[in-house]
Design a protein around this ligand. Sequence first.
Ligand SMILES: NC(=O)c1ccc[n+]([C@@H]2O[C@H](COP(=O)([O-])OP(=O)(O)OC[C@H]3O[C@@H](n4cnc5c(N)ncnc54)[C@H](OP(=O)(O)O)[C@@H]3O)[C@@H](O)[C@H]2O)c1
Length: 311
Amino acid sequence: MNKSIMLNIPDLSHKVVIVTGANSGIGYHTALELGLAKAKVILACRNLEKGQLALTKMQASCPNSDFILMPLDLSDLNSIHNFVQEFLNQYTQLDILINNAGIMAIPKRTITKNGFEMQFGTNHLGHFALTGLLLKTLIQTDHSRIVTVSSLAHKRGKINLKDLQSEKHYSPWGAYAQSKLANLLFAFELNRLFNQHNLSQTSLACHPGIAKTNIIETGMQANGKITFLGNIMNSLVGLVSQTDYDGALPTIEAATVPTINGDTYYGPDGFNEYTGLPKLVKAKPKAHDLKMAKNLWLLSQELTKVNYDFN
Ligand SMILES: NC(=O)c1ccc[n+]([C@@H]2O[C@H](COP(=O)([O-])OP(=O)(O)OC[C@H]3O[C@@H](n4cnc5c(N)ncnc54)[C@H](OP(=O)(O)O)[C@@H]3O)[C@@H](O)[C@H]2O)c1
């Protein structure tokens, strides 16, 4: 059965959507489905060659579509500013922002152009800066929505305020889990701030369970060739995972479901939320830690120099 029919995606004509990391995996299928539902979809990709291949494939699957490719490297604040400037030169509305792009478990510590640990810098700080720079347009767009893609890995995550950038100690999975917990703290705090300012916008989160995408290979290759461990992980994931299309379903549901409440989090409905159809799931209580959310917010503003103005 076509699962997108089960999802009941509404007509998205005249809606403007941005999907980060839209050239691959979950981002690719999310962008394609939203395009099929007639949204104008901006594919925000760091690698324009890969982005162009994805764009061509999407246009072939969806001939009357409106996909636009734009460069965005979330590990570089300059690139984020340039992306937003280019977007604002062309658009005055933004209905759905999908903070999807991500990198996972890089074996050795690397840093972004701005000196942040790569996973925290890309997965959290990059999206924090992007959303903040787009905030005015999001607020100008009635009932706009921000969907941030987290992970089951948030359960093992800890925000290490004393060593946020893993300078003293680096663990590939620890840094990933920290970034994915940060995604949830950010998504829920943003929603609270919208509510506090009586705004119609919503911020929610989702996770794909375990899906066969390029994420293991990309992370493991970040320091060169894919490692032995990377190959083993890829095989193990193959045993319990769902397809990248199925992994995209919680994101698509979060982006398009008509009624949502605050602190909403979608994931798969199967065993341990590894696979299945989208349903509302529960994040660990630490993702709802108000004090940590505030601390992380202030630190993220300070590090990115992007201030959120809700007025
Ligand atoms: N797959 C899973 O089982 C799983 C589980 C939990 C959570 N997730 C989350 O799902 C999201 C999507 O990942 P995926 O599984 O679909 O992996 P993927 O196929 O590797 O896609 C990740 C996307 O993010 C892009 N990206 C990475 N670094 C970037 C940067 N600096 N700037 C802009 N884009 C960047 C990648 O671009 P390139 O193609 O250029 O590398 C790619 O388009 C991530 O947030 C991930 O943490 C995935």
